[in-house]
Design a protein around this ligand. Structure first.
Ligand code: PLP
Length: 386
């Protein structure tokens, strides 16, 4: 038996590969400190867990959920957009719940990219933009994100030929993996660009709520004219430490929402209603948990930046996300330094090239590990560099 050729075209998922190396090291007795996957170590808020427990005990939630999500959950999402960004959304036509934003990000190209169409993809970037495009038989054209351009793509460098075939342009700020952030004026520019080239702008906003030092991340839907050409992916995963719950959404241009809805009715059967009720509790309930988590991440960010600085590696403390994007020492590549750290001191980081060729020369640290482990990690890094 032989799997389909399209499976052969898919690279192994980056963290599946890292997990394999880590298990191997652990089985040799190595004490691993993982700055690898960006999976919050802090628990989901207690009132959200209580809401789930109560809802799960209600037999009404035990049947198939609605394909398009509970009206109350969609209303909650629209209410959040209004409060947080001043953006008014129609919960019926401009909001679609997702089984985690990864699900929708992967499926967007299936709904929007025909074979031979181009999707413009940030490099380095979250790998799913590219793999979704590959499975839709689209062509992924990478847009390098370089430090000298503040990790923004150079849209003027895109040729007319590429633009004539392009259907979708992906952005993600605060960015995984570079941690770069943008202001609303940047979204105004990109929306104008997408309008003039008839592109769907797909913004992945997974980290907009994890920001520091007074920076407040904008939504792409705040930009002038965005509502016809842009969609935004969001999720409860990082904002409320709910990665395991699989709940997110896409909001924006009704044409795109309609296409995604149509696709999804054929794929999944919606999110467990009890999880949606818990989602409402997360969005509409007390928000102090978020402020505490952000404080915790800020503390870890500063510990790691200071540690790296004392080793001669200067990283500007990022204003958003749960990552640090650090250059590797001279003489190393991203891969070789990642392997070196694992073998020399049991430290796991993500190689920059796991996010695209322009990630060469960088590694990504995630801040999702307990403070004492992070401190021990910094200590180990100091030891190997002294
Ligand atoms: C940039 C980005 N987008 C989307 C996701 C997926 O999040 P989820 O599917 O948990 O909503 C992640 C997860 O790490 C991410 O880093």
């Amino acid at each position: 038996m032989r799997a389909a050729r399209r499976i052969e075209k898919l690279p192994p998922y980056l963290f599946a590969e890292i997990d394999r190396k880590v298990s191997e090291a652990r089985s040799r007795g190595v004490d691993i400190i993982s700055f690898g996957v960006g999976d919050p170590d802090l628990p989901s808020p207690p009132h959200v867990i209580e809401a789930l427990q109560e809802a799960a005990a209600d037999p009404v939630t035990h049947r198939y959920p609605s394909y398009i999500g509970m009206p109350e959950f969609r209303a909650s999402i629209a209410g959040w957009y209004e409060r947080r960004f001043g953006v008014t959304l129609d919960p019926d036509t401009e909001v679609q719940p997702l089984v985690g934003s990864k699900e929708g990000i992967f499926h967007l190209p299936v709904a929007f990219v025909d074979p031979g169409d181009v999707a413009l993809i940030p490099d380095p970037g979250y790998p799913v933009y590219e793999t979704g495009t590959i499975l839709a038989h689209g062509e992924a054209v990478l847009m390098p994100l370089l430090p000298e351009n503040s990790f923004k793509p150079d849209l003027d460098a895109l040729s007319e030929e590429v633009l004539s075939k392009a259907k979708v342009l992906w952005l993600n700020y605060p960015s995984n993996p570079t941690a770069a952030c943008v202001d609303k004026s940047y979204f105004d520019e990109v929306v104008a660009f997408c309008r003039s080239h008839d592109l769907l702008l797909a913004h992945d906003a997974a980290y907009t709520e994890i920001t520091y030092d007074g920076y407040v991340a904008p939504s792409v839907l705040e930009a002038e004219g965005a509502r016809d050409v842009a969609v935004e992916f969001h999720s409860l995963s990082k904002t409320y430490n709910m990665t395991g719950w699989r709940i997110g959404w896409v909001a924006g241009a009704p044409v795109a929402i309609e296409a995604i809805k149509r696709l999804k009715t054929n794929i999944d059967s919606g999110i467990f209603d009890a999880v949606q009720r818990a989602g409402i509790a997360a969005i509409d309930g007390p928000q102090d948990h978020l402020a505490e988590c952000v404080d915790r991440y800020r503390h870890r960010r500063d510990l790691l930046c200071d540690g790296l600085k004392s080793m001669g590696v200067v990283v500007d403390p990022p204003k958003g996300s749960i990552y640090l994007w650090a250059p590797v020492p001279e003489g190393h590549t991203s891969e070789s330094y990642t392997t070196f750290l694992l073998e020399e001191c049991g430290i796991v980081v993500a190689p920059g090239t796991g996010y695209g060729p322009s990630g060469e020369g960088f590694i990504r640290f995630s801040l999702t590990l307990a403070d004492d482990r992070l401190e021990e990690g910094v200590e180990r890094l100091r030891r190997i560099s002294s």
